[in-house]
Design a protein. Structure first.
Length: 558
């Protein structure tokens, strides 16, 4: 009996393949391949917040990563694979033609960024998102009731922006497909738009699909925004599929490309953060917090527990989006580790930008110094920052705007209580407290609205590398913080989906009991420090009010 499963994690920078024994949950091998074009910075313009990825990066890297995983696995592993599933970033949609081919794979569009996958962090559609928010609540149904303020990062906003500004894309894009859905259609040879199966995760959180609406927001409202969106509505399927649902079988073409037997079961996937939540062991009353450059906070809740509650300001909700049968709840911060990187850039500016004459220090030593300081900066500054925790310097975490509570992409960060005695470790501590308080604002809002959370599992590089930040979490949020040490947690979640789709396990919670077993340190709250953070959190909230007032003033003056 075939019992090996493959989880494929399409991250922002690379694709990772994890092969697991689907019965024991034990990892067998991994393979990683970075996106070649993306690594060179092609098709992106950070000044315009434009981040695009070419379909060829996904295709080429998938082949390379899978080959590496099989090469590292025991002989005959390929013949024993029972199921495959994926996770991807999102919302990352792409325009496709009437055959389901991404426009960037056509000769005339191969170098056109608008013809590519619009990466999750692409913020070119801020104006269009504002228009969408103005229309979604105009009809008999308020379509913002489950996701709150519509973001420029999401499905409809990106489509509206690109097709408004690029007539050729509008003319040739028969419909748009999320990366998480397109890659499965590619593997199963079901790329024709009428055959592509859409996942509950992307549909619910980004396209506003809900059973209460009988699917998407009304065709009439979308048409008011732009008749083109009504065409997309017409070409969207009537059904969506939760993660772990079998959606097809591996086709001959991709079986040959990956070195696998034809006919392997392909399971519906989800977004990477949601797969990470599953891989880390999310369950009711346990939040999984993905802590990286940004954060994603994930909770599952019985639908009846939150039915009728207005949670749009504090989170997004989607049916079956994380674990089938539950309401998937998603919140998060658009800047977390990014804020620490900002402090590091300030600290290393002189080393990186001042040309040092050879008579002072030779260029080879300068390069070694830069490499050394790059690795040592955050650990050293964290250690020095410990003595500033009870000081009053505090920053807002809104460096990239605010996602939750109450999405506002126009607000900015602010620093308070800065004096001539504020040194670099004090600045870092202020920024760190801001990121922690941003998380607390989300956490408190969820609990105050009846969402039960007894513990938090953190995953990601910061969770593993920074006891300083993890202890701050425990003290400020007053709950135990567990750290998941699994470095392939998203791919593991995708492997869990594959094991359920292949019939090795009946459902995701059952599979989790086998696959999820890698917890590391647990951080317990310190009540004395919790009192310090309670006082400082009030200051954080007051600074936030000031920042919003100032942002609104600047906006109206302009």
């Amino acid at each position: 009996m075939s019992t090996i499963v493959a989880g494929i994690d399409f991250g922002t920078d690379s694709v990772r393949v994890l092969l697991c024994d689907g019965v024991s949950g034990v990892g067998i091998s991994t393979g990683v391949s970075h996106y070649r074009r993306w690594k060179r910075g092609e098709y992106c313009d950070p000044r315009k917040n434009r981040y695009r990825q070419h379909a060829l990066d996904y295709i080429e890297s998938l082949e390379k990563a899978f080959n590496k995983a099989l090469t590292a696995a025991p002989e005959h592993t390929a013949a024993q694979i029972a199921g495959i599933s994926v996770d991807t970033t999102g919302s990352t949609p792409c325009p496709v033609d009437s055959t389901g081919t991404p426009l960037c794979l056509l000769d005339r569009f191969t170098e056109n960024p608008d013809a590519m996958f619009h990466l999750w962090k692409d913020h070119t559609a801020v104006t269009e998102a504002q228009r969408i928010n103005g229309v979604l609540s105009e009809g008999d149904i308020d379509y913002t009731k489950y996701q709150g303020v519509y973001s420029s990062e999401w499905f409809w906003a990106k489509i509206l922006h690109t097709t408004t500004h690029n007539a050729e894309i509008r003319k040739n894009a028969y419909t748009w497909v999320e990366h998480s859905d397109w890659i499965l259609a590619l593997l199963t040879d079901q790329s024709a738009p009428e055959l592509i199966k859409r996942g509950s995760c992307a549909a619910g959180h980004k396209a506003l699909w809900n059973s209460e609406f009988n699917g998407l927001p009304s065709r009439d409202l979308l048409s008011r925004l732009d008749p083109y969106l009504a065409d997309i509505y017409d070409r969207y399927p009537d059904r969506v599929y939760p993660a772990g649902s079998p959606v097809g079988k591996l086709c001959r073409t991709w079986a040959e490309r990956l070195g696998l037997p034809e006919g392997i079961i392909i399971g519906m996937g989800s977004f990477d953060a949601h797969a990470g939540g599953v891989g880390a062991g999310i369950r009711r009353t346990t939040m999984v917090k993905v802590v990286g450059t940004s954060t994603v906070d994930l909770v599952i809740e019985n639908p009846e527990q939150i039915r009728g509650k207005d949670l749009r300001e504090i989170c997004g909700q989607a049916e079956d989006s994380i674990v089938p049968g539950y309401m998937g709840i998603e919140a998060g911060q658009p800047a977390f580790g990014d804020a620490y990187t900002w402090v590091k850039k300030i600290g290393l500016w002189a080393i990186e930008n001042i040309v040092v004459p050879e008579e002072v220090i030779d260029s080879q030593r300068v390069g070694k110094l830069e490499t050394y300081l790059e690795k040592q900066f955050i650990p050293r500054v964290e250690k020095a920052a410990e003595r500033y925790i009870d000081h009053e310097e505090i920053a807002l975490d809104w460096f990239n705007g605010r996602r939750y509570p109450s999405l506002n992409e126009s607000v900015k960060s602010m620093l308070s209580h800065i004096t001539l005695g504020t040194d670099l470790p004090a600045l870092f501590c202020a920024v760190a407290k801001g990121t922690i308080f941003g998380s607390r604002a989300i956490f408190d809002s969820l609990r105050q609205n009846g969402v039960e959370i007894d513990e938090i599992i953190c995953v990601g590089g910061i969770a593993e590398k920074s006891p300083f930040i993890m202890q701050m979490f425990a003290d400020a949020l007053k709950v135990p913080i567990q750290v998941c040490s699994d470095k392939q947690v998203c791919a593991r979640g995708a492997a869990i989906y594959a094991s359920v789709a292949a019939g090795l396990w009946e459902n995701i919670p059952q599979a989790q009991k086998i696959f999820v077993n890698q917890m590391n340190t647990t951080y317990a709250p310190d009540s004395k420090m919790s009192e310090v953070y309670d006082r400082q959190f009030k200051t954080y909230q007051k600074i936030g009010t000031m920042s919003e007032t100032l942002s609104e003033y600047v906006r109206t003056e302009q």
